[in-house]
Design a binder for this molecule. Structure first.
Ligand SMILES: *[C@@H]1O[C@H](CO)[C@@H](O)[C@H](O)[C@H]1NC(C)=O
Ligand SMILES: *[C@@H]1O[C@H](CO)[C@@H](O)[C@H](O)[C@H]1NC(C)=O
Ligand SMILES: *[C@@H]1O[C@H](CO)[C@@H](O)[C@H](O)[C@H]1NC(C)=O
Ligand SMILES: *[C@@H]1O[C@H](CO)[C@@H](O)[C@H](O)[C@H]1NC(C)=O
Ligand SMILES: *[C@@H]1O[C@H](CO)[C@@H](O)[C@H](O)[C@H]1NC(C)=O
Ligand SMILES: *[C@@H]1O[C@H](CO)[C@@H](O)[C@H](O)[C@H]1NC(C)=O
Ligand SMILES: *[C@@H]1O[C@H](CO)[C@@H](O)[C@H](O)[C@H]1NC(C)=O
Ligand SMILES: *[C@@H]1O[C@H](CO)[C@@H](O)[C@H](O)[C@H]1NC(C)=O
Length: 480
């Protein structure tokens, strides 16, 4: 009898211990911390780690898609009408990118690397071929005009030269040439007078070239510094913009992120295409190939005008020439070419720009930049970087070619650079995530066991107090 009740009470004691232990584990987050510490130790740029090889050679395929805008009414636009464009493409390229010439610096706290990207046309993922023709703004001509608009003598000479060569504000180009480079007749003629590169292309010299020398922090000292850019081309900040904040090189290159991402943080990245750093904020929970993730998107404040976001004043190099919301004037980092960046179809930009061109149809799903990240490991699950290249057109008195043209931010093309995690990587990641979930749930399993034992305890007590044992049990109770 005594042995039996001793057993019963032990069950009760164990139940209480499990409950207390479980609750203590939940409150102290001991298993969460254990997992986080392991992840922080493993996700570093140290040769031999999985994170290093993913950073060096990301396994999922990256595709770069180009969409161009074909102008249907060039004569009318020169006469002051609103341009009407038709989107063509995508012209899709597989993008091969890897970190090369990797050197370990400063006892493994930094690595130096270059990140050349190679593009190979994928016909079966494209609509059209590189031999298609597209009619759009003649960027070299507009750039030359912009540069000489205040020199009445040289300007007039160039205006005559352009007329004699029948080069105008708009031209028709082979798609492959416009993207990867062609010899421009106007630049070639000017080359006789001033030394310059007579080739032009939106991605001229971008195939297989380095994109700059990077120095990355490895994250061994602080996990938040994983893959963070410390220097680009030997500089730790830029010099194009007019405030120190705007010139900062913040965050990673957008292909890697630190582990243990929280919903409240700003994820910074530096974009050489935009000549600036920007950030993305949490938008929603997502699941990609069964792996949980957070979607981060750049908020509209990032490209808002200076009334809405005064911090952006540093991106207007001169006070009187601030562009409106959703636009970024990168002329200063494109050797004076009047290039203005935006989201495709002026998504999130001032409606004025959408209304200025027939054929713009901004849509969130197709035109926003979004990054889906696994929060535990910081690995990219899916991403789409979307940017539009525009040319600023205006009347320039020296050039009769622009006599009647409207002041316009004219869209030339946009890119959609995208990646989705491959099945193999997703399966590996799924295992890591599942393991972490099991470990994190240990306290709840313990609490669950405690509750089960509690139930068992109550059942046993009631059973002991069955009809046969009533007298023996009641005596001491009454006595006390
Ligand atoms: C690298 O580590 C060694 C020994 O720990 C130290 O003497 C040296 O100053 C460190 N170098 C750098 C660049 O941190
Ligand atoms: C880029 O370079 C690679 C290898 O040098 C070549 O195969 C590919 O066709 C080039 N792509 C373009 C668009 O020129
Ligand atoms: C496209 O063509 C390549 C070979 O050139 C092939 O490997 C790939 O599976 C094709 N993709 C589609 C979607 O048909
Ligand atoms: C773009 O417009 C030009 C001129 O109308 C036309 O010749 C060309 O075929 C168009 N390009 C595409 C890809 O539709
Ligand atoms: C860079 O980050 C700092 C805060 O760390 C911020 O004040 C600054 O505005 C950022 N600059 C850019 C261009 O994102
Ligand atoms: C910025 O945008 C807001 C809203 O679109 C507008 O009211 C304001 O006038 C704009 N400011 C400038 C300086 O363009
Ligand atoms: C730009 O504007 C600021 C204040 O809005 C003013 O202090 C500064 O002098 C202006 N700079 C130029 C070049 O006009
Ligand atoms: C773009 O910036 C350049 C200076 O970098 C300036 O000369 C030009 O006027 C600006 N363009 C617009 C449309 O504001």
């Amino acid at each position: 009898m005594r042995l039996k009740s001793c057993c019963v009470y032990s069950v009760g004691v164990v139940c209480i211990l499990l409950l207390i232990g479980g609750i203590a584990m939940v409150l102290s987050q001991v298993f969460q911390k254990l997992i986080n510490n392991r992840v922080k130790q493993e996700i570093v740029l140290v040769n031999g780690t999985e994170a290093f090889s993913v950073w060096q050679n990301p396994p999922p395929p990256v595709y770069m898609q180009f969409y161009l805008f074909n102008l249907t009414n060039p004569a009318e636009v020169l006469d002051g009408a609103k341009p009407s464009v038709v989107q063509i493409g995508p012209y899709t390229y597989r993008e091969y990118r890897s970190m090369e010439e990797v050197k370990v610096l400063e006892n493994g706290t930094k690595v130096a690397a270059i990140n050349p990207k190679t593009y190979v046309f994928v016909p079966n993922m494209s609509r059209g071929s590189e031999d298609d023709l597209v009619r759009t703004a003649n960027i070299p001509a507009v750039t030359v005009m912009e540069k000489f608009q205040d020199h009445s003598v040289i300007g007039r000479l160039i205006a005559d030269l352009m007329r004699s060569m029948s080069v105008g504000v708009f031209g028709t180009f082979r798609v492959g040439d416009l993207l990867w480079g062609y010899e421009d007749p106007l630049l070639k003629a000017l080359k006789l007078l001033v030394p310059l590169d007579d080739h032009f292309g939106l991605f001229y010299k971008r195939n297989g070239t380095s994109g700059g020398d990077y120095e990355f922090l490895t994250g061994t000292q602080n996990y938040l510094d994983f893959a963070r850019i410390d220097k680009w081309n030997g500089q730790s900040s830029l010099n194009w913009w007019s405030t120190d904040d705007c010139n900062m090189i913040n965050g990673t290159d957008g292909a890697s992120f630190h582990p243990i991402i929280t919903k409240t943080e700003k994820l910074y990245m530096f974009s050489t295409d935009l000549c600036r750093s920007l950030y993305a904020v949490y938008e929603s929970d997502v699941s990609v190939q069964g792996v949980p993730g957070f979607r981060f998107v750049p908020p509209s404040e990032v490209f808002a005008n200076i009334t809405i976001n005064p911090d952006n004043a540093g991106f207007c190099v001169t006070n009187d020439t601030c562009v409106g919301s959703g636009l970024l004037n990168i002329s200063v980092c494109k050797e004076g070419a009047p290039i203005i960046m935006s989201s495709p179809h002026f998504y999130q930009a001032d409606d004025k720009y959408v209304q200025d061109v027939y054929g713009m149809n901004p849509r969130k799903e197709e035109h926003e930049t979004a990054i889906d990240i696994n929060p535990l490991t910081g690995l990219l699950l899916r991403a789409a970087k979307r940017l539009q290249v525009n040319v600023f057109l205006e009347q320039m008195s020296v050039f009769s070619q622009t006599e009647k043209i409207r002041t316009l931010v004219y869209p030339v093309m946009y890119i959609n650079e995208s990646v989705v995690i491959d099945e193999e990587s997703a399966e590996k990641l799924q295992v890591v995530v599942t393991e972490a979930n099991v470990v994190i749930n240990i306290p709840f399993i313990v609490i669950g066991l405690g509750i089960l034992l509690g139930v068992a305890f109550i059942v046993l007590i009631c059973h002991q107090k069955g009809p046969q044992s009533t007298a023996a049990e009641r005596q001491p109770l009454l006595a006390s």
